[in-house]
Design a protein. Structure first.
Lengths: 503, 698
């Protein structure tokens, strides 16, 4: 009966996820309803399910006995990551209100068309929204490679569809196709890595892999096959966190998708990917397997991650310098932030991982704030994309201009905003782990990023409106703007609770 | 007592005062919050465009509440206490802490200062309510908000229980001063004066900031109670003999000289008279400018840590007194004369601090606050009545004009106080306390300093009564100023005598001045129970047993009184009995090649402004322009743009990779993976090199 008890424990800790899957089913059916009120209630129901899931997370992880007996590599990741995912998920759901099926709903309202369940996709969109979140949450509970793979794919597969249906434009469909094919390529890569890991250790269970690696290290060093497998797996998962060399899709896909979906892409898969990388690295550990006398990750893996981190932040920031489109700029900025995150991963458990988790929270909030501004505005029903559209925003929408400025300053790491504390804790973790060159490179990159982030501050606040930016109006639904204000308030107010928020 | 013995005594002297170790009543917090509340309410009046005298009444009533609370605190005073208001800074890292809360440190020194700050603040706000009536609905709310901010900051400065809160108040009063000097912001000279005051004060504030830091560095705390306990126990870090502790007194001095307008940082105060006259009376004569004296009294236990510090204070004070008095002799603008006399009297106070007679200094601060406030307020009444006329050559015989009697005679009494007329004036007694000490104390050149102080007393009596004999006595004639008052438009100009409220305020403050004649002993007691107690007993010990004639305290009153009367007599001859004599004297001096420079230099304030302009401002201006050119053409064009171009060029290099084609992305991704695999596995040298480098300082 031991096995069934272990199974029960496993299910116990994914109760919130099960609850959200139920939610996904409920909203997918609600979306098909002929009553407008029910269809309109979909985002509200999503938010309610997420809020209940948050309470559920607190409840299931409050069971200390079960938590002590759980068979996970890093059980402490779970509650924090899941809480962030659900909390920011609520804000992201607010962003997406009124995004899907707008032409259909407009024509229904004017009586030009009758309701046809075939033509509506709002329920599906929010169902996939929830399923992707469930995937990211499940990554935290992965204790074997198969679960990890499935959870990662559950995170990504719904996003391909979300990109495609996010707006009625060929650009979105092109982006979805690109995203799907390249995602499949990356999945093949990390699956190959997983296979090699299995081959070299004879197990797919992460905790058992850890023991196997410890045994190997105590013997004649880590299996070379295992290192190849680990590097391939990490590189493959880098696709989820848009790190070099798997970053190529980012700009195109982020630009093609509607802004609320882009905000989702920049946060949810990235969180899942980072957690997956942490779990994978957790099997070899940060105690210097295979490199006698030195702590940290095994040497080849460390070098790989180090290169990825440096290249990612540098390419992200340099790429952002050239952009004229606000969404592409934020896409490159998202790449750069993945590079920063890897500093904490390299630094390892304790300060490093804590800093990574805190940075995920900070990045989630500030990224959502920036995209919420873009989502809250439109030009004749079309999204605004160009940076020039933001010129002189203060004169028309002062609150949105301030939110954009706060978000950009926070992304830049300007004290005392949340982004500063996130970057600060990452850099401190890097210093504590004696990775000075990496920290210096990150600081240089921060300086470069000031060039384009300050444009995001200056254009809305200081520049004068142009005829092009005069034609900008706000979207008819206010929720994206509400979400923008909430996120901006979070950027300003959350630093007051830094000590409580640090995991 | 030689310098060496003084230095030996110094640590011991610092032991002789009680340090707060109990908590005081919590209602005292309202002494600080009432002015803050007044600021907020006046700000609301400004926002609501209130068109009556409401802001004045808000300010007067709340400030009087603050005064009453201070008086209650004084009445219930038993021992030094601290009163905690709210937590402010409480930072701890590894084994270091930095704590600075909003809290009061209440000892007798605090109470002495707070009594006259809040008392005079209330009375002058009452006066200003009448004086500023022309601005009702325009700048009236702004003015009283400024006064309230000032009282808030001054309260924070005086009552603070740590150096950081004192610093906050210090900057706050500087800001309020800037705000109120520039009150007539449409007037370029007022704006320039405000900027000058603010910038010159920055130099002193730098000294205070460094002093706060060094204090924390050396003693590990900025809270007075802990700080003084550490000083008394000789319990400070090994650097006590090092430069940091030795530098603290000089940095404090720099701060005090800036705020209290001493050489060489006095230049802002005369210009500060561009502000409304109640501001000149309250901030630039009675209260704010004494903050420097307060700072040195409060930090007296630290001032004695360097044996050179107090002689320097004494000399700077003495020289400033003489220097400013000489300028005051040749000015024509009444307010400027009083401004220079303020600088000069502040010099006396620093002389007192430097001579270890902090009680004398505090007494002079106290008496000076009253009579100088009256002088400014009467000058303000004259300005108010004569449409802004403030030139002493253009108003004469004021006391013969109807309705000006109270003004003339209160001014006469205040002038007598400033000149030091024996027995009946408070200024005589307080100045006497300092000058006698100058003759008694032993120090580097203190005899010369004492003679300087005596000469300054003569000059003071002369220039003070020059004003009174010119303006209030003599035949009646006047020329109105340029300000347009309603009743002066068209028709002949009639001076407007001051209203009842103004006269009442003048009489009340004069009564305070009379009363302060009798409070020398009281102030001695106040100082002895405070941090400023430092040297008093020791100095008194040094004179014990001296004969009547050799003790300067015995003969000083006669000498000082005589000097004052001589000065008044000269002024009477030159400016009342025989007014042409003054012009003849001036002409004679100017006609003589040898002496021609003297009146001109005095009239032009010894060309100090021009000197500063040439030595400091012009080079800075030139440097600024050179740096601007450098910035624009070298830094911006070559370095900034050049450096910024590098990442962009890099980006362009990579741009072909981001071409939007799916296949090429896939190839790039696989290529990237392959590249990393090659680097890591096929090129072990690369791995070793990179690993060695990224290992950092392991």
């Amino acid at each position: 009966m031991v096995d069934s008890q272990a199974m029960l424990d496993k299910v116990w800790f994914i109760l919130p996820e099960i609850w959200l899957v139920i939610g996904a089913m409920v909203v997918s059916m609600m979306g098909l309803s002929g009553t407008r009120l029910v269809r309109d209630a979909v985002p509200v129901v999503v938010c309610c399910f997420l809020a209940v899931a948050m309470a559920g997370i607190a409840w299931v992880y409050g069971d200390a006995d079960r938590l002590a007996g759980i068979d996970l590599l890093m059980p402490q990741l779970g509650p924090y990551v899941k809480m962030i995912l659900c909390a920011i998920g609520i804000v992201l759901a607010m962003l997406s209100v009124g995004l899907i099926d707008r032409p259909l709903e407009d024509s229904l309202k004017s009586g030009r068309a009758r309701f046809d369940p075939i033509r509506t996709s709002r329920g599906e969109f929010f169902a996939f929204f929830l399923l992707s979140l469930v995937g990211a949450m499940l990554v935290c509970n992965a204790n074997d490679l198969i679960w990890l793979f499935l959870a990662l794919e559950l995170t990504s597969l719904p996003t391909y569809i979300m990109v495609a249906i996010s707006r009625p434009s060929v650009k979105a469909q092109e982006a979805a196709v690109k995203y799907f094919f390249l995602g499949a390529l990356a999945a093949a890569m990390f699956l190959y890595g997983f296979a090699l890991l299995y081959g070299s250790t004879g197990t797919v269970v992460l905790t058992e892999m850890r023991d196997a690696f410890a045994e190997q290290a105590a013997g004649d060093g880590l299996n070379r096959l295992a290192i190849v497998g680990m590097i391939l797996a990490v590189l493959g998962v880098s696709f989820k966190i848009v790190a070099v060399p798997m970053h190529f899709y980012a700009a195109d896909v982020y630009e093609g998708a509607a802004s609320p979906v882009t905000a989702f892409l920049a946060f949810v898969p990235k969180t899942a990917g980072i957690v997956a990388i942490i779990l994978l690295l957790g099997t070899v550990g940060w105690s210097g397997h295979g490199a006698p006398g030195a702590g940290g990750l095994p040497q080849p893996i460390l070098v790989t991650l180090w290169m990825i981190s440096v290249l990612t932040m540098t390419l992200g920031n340099v790429g952002a310098l050239l952009q004229r489109s606000a969404k592409r700029l934020l896409a490159y900025s998202s790449i750069a932030h993945s590079g920063y995150l890897l500093i904490g991963v390299i630094a390892g458990p304790g300060m490093g991982i804590n800093a990574v988790l805190f940075y995920l929270l900070a990045y989630g909030v500030m990224n959502t704030a920036a995209f919420a501004v873009l989502s809250g505005l439109q030009r004749q029903g079309e999204e605004i994309e160009s940076l020039d559209d933001l010129a002189g925003l203060r004169h028309r929408y002062p609150v949105m201009a301030v939110v954009m400025a706060v978000a950009a300053l926070s992304l830049l790491g300007f004290p005392p905003l949340l982004g500063f504390w996130g970057k600060f804790s990452l850099l401190i973790a890097g210093i504590e782990a004696h990775r000075m060159p990496l920290v210096v490179i990150a600081l240089v990159n921060s300086a470069i990023s000031a060039w384009y982030y300050l444009r995001l501050v200056g254009l809305p606040i200081l520049a004068m409106p142009t005829p092009a930016s005069e034609s900008i109006t706000h979207r008819p639904v206010p929720w994206a703007r509400v979400a923008a204000v909430i996120a901006a308030l979070g950027l300003v107010a959350l630093p007051l609770f830094v000590n409580e928020l640090l995991p | 007592m030689t310098l060496a013995t003084l230095a030996m005594l110094a640590p011991r002297l610092a032991h002789e005062f009680p340090v707060a170790d109990a908590a005081g009543p919590e209602w005292a917090a309202w002494i600080l919050w009432l002015p803050a509340l007044s600021t907020v309410l006046c700000g609301m009046c400004a926002a609501l465009r209130v068109r009556n005298k409401l802001p004045a009444w808000i300010t007067v009533s709340l400030l009087s509440g603050s005064f009453i609370l201070t008086a209650m605190l004084f009445a219930g005073y038993e021992q030094p206490v601290t009163i905690h208001l709210v937590d402010w800074f409480g930072i701890t890292w590894s084994d270091t802490t930095f704590v600075a809360n909003f809290a009061f440190y209440v000892d007798r020194l605090t109470l002495l200062w707070m009594l006259f700050v809040t008392g005079l603040g209330t009375l002058i706000a009452l006066y200003a309510g009448e004086y500023m009536e022309g601005d009702v609905g325009a700048g009236y709310s702004r003015f009283f908000a400024g006064i309230s901010v000032f009282l808030f900051a001054m309260t924070a400065l005086v009552m603070a229980d740590n150096l950081l809160m004192l610093y906050l108040g210090w900057e706050g009063v500087g800001f309020a001063s800037y705000w109120l000097i520039g009150y007539y912001y449409r007037k370029p000279s007022a704006v320039a004066a405000a900027k000058k005051a603010f910038i010159v004060n920055r130099i002193g504030d730098l000294g205070l900031a460094l002093a706060v830091y060094l204090t924390w560095h050396a003693f590990g705390t900025v809270q007075y109670a802990e700080l003084f306990a550490a000083v008394q126990a000789n319990d400070f870090s090994a650097e006590a003999g090092g430069w940091s502790v030795q530098a603290i007194p000089f940095l404090l001095m720099l701060a005090a000289f800036g705020k209290s307008a001493q050489l060489p940082l006095y230049v802002w105060l005369p210009d500060a008279m561009e502000g409304p006259t109640p501001v000149s009376a309250l901030i630039h004569a009675a209260t704010m400018v004494t903050a420097g004296v307060f700072l040195l009294c409060r930090m007296f236990p630290l001032m004695v840590l360097n044996e050179l510090a107090l002689p320097v204070v004494a000399w700077v004070g003495g020289l400033t007194a003489l220097f400013a008095a000489s300028i005051a002799m040749a000015q024509h603008d009444i307010k400027r004369i009083f401004a220079y006399s303020t600088i000069s009297q502040l010099g006396y106070m620093f002389l007192g601090v430097g001579l270890f007679t902090t009680a004398g200094a505090a007494y002079h601060v106290f008496t000076h606050a009253f009579f100088k406030a009256v002088l400014f307020l009467t000058a303000g009444a004259v300005m108010h009545g004569f449409a802004g006329q403030i030139d002493l050559r253009k108003v004469s015989g004021l006391r013969h004009m109807p309705g000006w009697r109270v003004t003339s005679y209160t001014m006469l009494y205040a002038c007598m106080c400033l000149a030091g007329v024996p027995l009946v004036t408070n200024g005589f007694w307080s100045k006497d306390a300092i000058m006698a000490e100058a003759f008694a104390a032993v120090g580097p050149g203190y005899t010369a300093l004492a003679i300087i102080a005596l000469v300054t007393a003569l000059l003071t009596a002369y220039y003070t009564f020059r004003v009174w004999f010119r303006v209030c006595a003599g035949p009646v004639h006047y020329e109105p100023g340029l300000e347009q008052h309603g009743d002066a438009a068209g028709g002949a100009f009639h001076p407007r005598p001051p209203r009842l409220v103004i006269n009442l305020v003048l009489l009340t403050i004069s009564a305070g001045a009379v009363a302060s004649i009798f409070c020398a002993e009281w102030i001695n007691g106040m100082i002895e129970g405070s941090t400023a107690a430092g040297g008093l007993p020791a100095v008194h010990e040094a004179h014990e047993g001296a004969g009547v004639w050799s003790d300067p305290h015995a003969w000083m009153p006669y000498v000082a009184g005589a000097v004052g009367l001589v000065g008044i007599a000269i002024a009477w001859y030159l400016h009342l009995a025989n007014r042409t004599a003054a012009d003849d004297l001036k002409r004679a001096l100017q006609g003589n090649v040898v002496s021609a420079w003297l009146p001109r230099a005095m009239e032009n304030k010894w060309y100090v402004d021009e000197l500063y302009h040439g030595l400091i401002r012009a080079p800075l201006w030139l440097l600024g322009h050179i740096l601007n050119l450098l910035d624009r053409y070298v830094l911006d064009m070559v370095i900034v743009d050049g450096v910024a171009r590098i990442p962009r060029m890099l980006g362009r290099g990579f741009q072909p990779l981001a071409n939007g084609v799916l296949q090429s992305y896939a190839v790039s991704m696989v290529g990237g993976v392959a590249l990393i695999a090659i680097l890591v596995f096929v090129m072990p040298e690369f791995l070793e090199m990179l690993n060695g480098w990224i290992g950092g300082a392991r």
